[in-house]
Design a protein around this ligand. Structure first.
Ligand code: NZQ
Ligand code: ZN
Length: 386
């Protein structure tokens, strides 16, 4: 096991009816910006629960944060923060709204001229404006981590940012919010969380038995609840396990003391930036090719995953590892997720070259757990995913 430090300051308030706890947790005298997405919260009753819990606090609203939170729109929200002396942000939404709140938290206290530099210059935010979240869509884990992914349509970019100052103060996780989530987004959430675990697990053995088993248990739980959640989002047992699995998949715990990869996400983000494909679906497109391309480096963990998670017990290490990749792709298909780029766009020719070009321009080298994957390797992996 590698050396590590672990600190996660986000308070989690989990369960039915817990949105009302906003009233206990939010400072009385805060000047709050209530940030939300395209309006689902107004149709499913979450907005009403939030407003009722806020009581007579001073609240300014900003709705309209789109999926893949857009820089130009966030800059409008930043203007509201400055004009209205906002000192606390409350994000009510999925990963996009929460990531938007993180950007605003950083940008509100940023002293440079152009907040986009936070993303292009990899500026780590040590201190941000305080913010909290009410999670409406289990998927990203953003409710309990300090990372954020921001999109800029103008330049077709999707870049990551973060820092120790960007953990939510608290997050409210009420599994009943999933009642209103469309099937497509539920399938996305399962796929995203599943791939988050794989990115922190599918590397090479390091004798981190507990981390391996924590990861495998999250994968097994997601596999168990996936059909139940899709069939009946009002099944509270399934919903609560789904929601907590998504948070646990990316709150920092399972990556401690082990190597991580994240190359699937880095390539996937480019597919969203270029074609607008849902985040989770880009991961399902890239992951099988990535594991096949890097088979030699990953085969031992692939075989362990196949054996422990999918009960693939027959054959050599190589055979089990190959079967595990195939079973993973089949799982995505069972969720209704296509795993080839050509199923999302007719315009896929040249994508591998474009991704490699972008990685080169940004000076990105050494992706993957061994930091050995070059842009030319990313080009091949993306081409294998056509
Ligand atoms: O905008 P509204 O109207 O609210 O509708 C949303 C949106 O259209 C809808 N939705 C959310 N909760 C709902 C609901 N509809 C009905 N009932 C509810 N309770 O779902 C749609 C998608 O929402 P979004 O927030 O975009 O989805 P998700 O949570 O999957 O977030 C995706 C974003 O997170 C980033 C992705 O790149 C993407 O931009 N990620 C963030 C990470 C992080 N911060 O740690 C890690 C991830 O790997 C990921 O990259
Ligand atoms: Zn993800």
């Amino acid at each position: 096991m590698n050396n590590f430090q672990f600190q996660n300051p986000t308070k989690i308030i989990f369960g039915k009816g817990q949105i009302a706890k906003l009233n206990d947790e939010l400072p009385r005298d805060a000047n709050i910006l209530l940030l939300y997405g395209g309006g689902s919260i107004k149709r499913n009753g979450i907005y009403d629960q939030v407003i009722s819990a806020l009581g007579d606090r001073k609240v300014e609203e900003f709705g309209g944060i789109p999926a893949n939170p857009e820089y130009a729109i966030l800059m409008e929200a930043l203007a509201v923060i400055k004009a209205r002396d906002i000192d606390y942000i409350l994000a009510v939404g999925g990963g996009s709204v929460i990531d938007g709140a993180k950007f605003l938290s950083a940008a509100a206290l940023y002293e440079g001229d152009e907040p986009w530099d936070i993303l292009t210059q990899n500026i780590s935010t040590k201190k941000g404006m305080p913010f909290a979240t009410v999670l409406t869509l289990p998927a990203t884990g953003s409710e309990m981590n300090s990372g954020s992914v921001i999109t800029r349509a103008e330049t077709k970019e999707k870049l990551v940012m973060g820092g120790p100052g960007l953990f939510p103060t608290f997050s409210i996780l009420d599994p009943e919010v999933i009642h209103s989530i469309p099937q497509r987004q539920l399938a996305n959430g399962i796929t995203d969380a599943f791939t988050h675990v794989l990115e922190q697990y599918m590397t090479y053995p390091t004798g981190a038995y507990l981390q391996d088993r924590l990861s495998e248990s999250i994968l097994q739980t997601l596999i168990e609840v996936a059909p139940k959640v899709l069939e009946d989002p009002t099944d509270y047992t399934a919903a609560s396990n789904f929601m907590w699995s998504c948070t646990m998949a990316l709150n920092g715990l399972i990556s401690k003391g082990v190597p991580t990869d994240w190359a699937v996400h880095m390539m996937g983000h480019e597919l969203t930036a270029l074609y607008g494909i849902d985040h989770a679906r880009t991961l399902a497109v890239i992951a099988p090719s990535h594991y096949t391309y890097n088979f030699e480096a990953k085969k031992e963990k692939l075989a362990q995953y196949g054996e422990r998670v999918w009960n693939i017990t027959a054959g050599t290490t190589e055979e089990k590892a190959r079967a595990a990749i195939a079973r993973t792709e089949e799982f995505f298909h069972e969720l209704g997720i296509d795993t080839k780029l050509s199923q999302y766009t007719d315009d896929y020719e040249g994508t591998g070259e474009e991704v490699a070009k972008r990685f080169n321009e940004r000076g990105w080298k050494g992706l993957g757990e061994h930091q050995t994957l070059q842009p030319a390797d990313a080009e091949q992996i993306v081409k294998m995913a056509y």
